[in-house]
Design a protein around this ligand. Structure first.
Ligand SMILES: Cc1ncc(COP(=O)(O)O)c(C=O)c1O
Length: 436
């Protein structure tokens, strides 16, 4: 059945639309943190449809809100007033941390970043953008142009003039193995040098992920982006925080990733978890920035009655259940178990991240040489143990763990045990003399 679907998929879908696993599966239903695959196996899901099933599968409060709205009005377009959209914007504006923020809804993170870049470059009358090495901001012409990840960059054509700053990996590259203070000092020194040598002066904006998602949950020290913004602000350069993966409490210690850095963003973009799987995303901006476009615009699908009603129910759910606190405490438990279970591993180069956003970097034994093949094997071994995990990192060598934020302690312990067993199994075949 699944083999037949795979053949049909390959026949009509682009070759570059990558699938996980040697034998890809379809996820046909879900409940809580578990999904049923088309192979008849129930998996514990530690990736949540790429950090998108935030509250969990089949959450009655969210499902019922979607059903109720679907029976009344699915779509009308932004040419008409949409009360769930306005209510959602009011809620997000208040949560954003930006005074008087306005919100524009889109259907994907890519489109949200595109809108943010349109606003920033238009307002600043400049196509110069700062982005971060090892970043990912989407798959369109504009968002790829600010994506510093070779694996996802199919073209060098660009609407922008982009300079990439430091701020990604702590274990390789020019800022590898530095203390927090030294990392910060060197990053700032690099920024000052770039401002003096590589720009025409009026850079429009920096776009940055507080924790790099596709980049393998790499992150600079807390406070780093605040220090960077202090320099940018002196030049009038806007700060765009891409919160597509880090928003809504995912990092545990804060509601938005930017809050760990003391940043005051001019623009925030969001997507993924807000709709718990519905196509809901958007851009939040200071009112004078949002209103600066000099022409009319519409969004056919953005903020549709259906997506907005689901988004409202999901935000109410995640706030009332305090899923941020759960991400903090259960994320810590998961991390502690993983660290303990892999402390003697030679193929685990680093375990990092925040809250329920944890990366396990897999490398050639006793090195920091990325090993996508080890990551593949571990991921297959985890699947064989009924655990789904994501992949990321510059070479696809990082396992990304980002389960629904409603993960229970028991599920965290179960997942940690399964993953440690998968790692030990692969390690025993890769490292001679390994105890397994
Ligand atoms: C940080 C970040 N920004 C933007 C995007 C693009 O979002 P979408 O896939 O919804 O277009 C992603 C997707 O993974 C992302 O991780």
């Amino acid at each position: 059945m699944s083999k037949d679907l795979l053949a049909r998929h390959k026949a009509v879908m682009p070759s570059w639309l990558s699938l996980l696993y040697e034998e890809p599966i379809e996820l046909v239903s879900g409940s809580g943190r578990r999904v049923l695959g088309s192979d008849g196996v129930t998996y514990l899901d530690f990736f949540g449809g790429i950090l998108t099933t935030l509250s969990g599968y089949g959450v009655p409060e969210v499902v019922e809100a979607i059903q109720a709205q679907a029976s009344k009005m699915i779509h009308s377009s932004t040419l008409y007033l949409i009360s769930p959209m306005v209510e959602l914007a009011e809620k997000i504006s208040k949560l954003s941390g930006i005074d008087g923020a306005k919100v524009f809804f889109t259907t994907s993170g890519t489109e949200a970043n595109d809108a943010a870049l349109l606003l920033a470059t238009g307002l600043r009358r400049s196509n110069q953008i700062f982005a971060i090495r090892n970043s990912y901001h989407g798959r369109s012409f504009s968002s790829l142009a600010v994506t510093g990840n070779r694996s996802y960059s199919p073209t060098s054509f660009s609407p922008f003039n982009v300079t990439y700053l430091q701020g990604g990996s702590r274990i390789r590259g020019p800022l590898a193995n530095l203390s927090d203070a030294e990392y910060l000092r060197r990053g700032l020194e690099d920024l000052e040098d770039i401002l003096q040598t590589c720009t025409a002066g009026n850079v429009a904006a920096l776009i940055a992920e507080p924790v790099q998602g596709v980049g393998g949950f790499s992150l600079p020290p807390d406070g780093y982006f605040g220090a960077i913004q202090e320099v940018l602000a002196k030049h009038g350069i806007l700060y765009i925080s891409d919160e597509v993966q880090t928003g809504w409490g995912r990092t545990g210690d804060h509601f938005w990733g930017y809050q760990a850095h003391g940043v005051s963003p001019d623009i925030i973009t969001f997507a993924k978890g807000v709709g718990n799987g519905l196509a809901l995303a958007g851009v939040i901006a200071k009112p004078e920035i949002m209103d600066s476009l000099g022409a009319s615009s519409i969004s056919t699908f953005g903020g549709s009655p259906l997506a907005s009603a689901g988004g409202l129910a999901n935000i109410d759910y995640l706030l009332s259940k305090d899923l941020q606190s759960n991400a903090l405490s259960v994320g810590k438990l998961l991390r502690d178990r993983l660290v303990a279970g892999t402390q003697h591993s030679k193929i685990v180069a680093e375990i990092r991240g925040k809250g329920l956003m944890l990366g396990v970097e897999l490398c050639e034994p006793s090195s920091t040489v990325p090993s996508p093949s080890i990551a593949s094997e571990v991921s297959e071994q985890a699947k064989a143990r009924k655990l789904l995990v994501g992949r990321g990192g510059i070479a696809g060598n990082v396992l990304r763990l980002a389960p629904p934020m409603s993960l229970t302690e028991d599920e965290a312990l179960e997942g940690a045990e399964l993953l440690c067993a998968a790692i030990a199994n692969v390690e025993s075949t890769r490292v001679s003399g390994s105890e397994g």
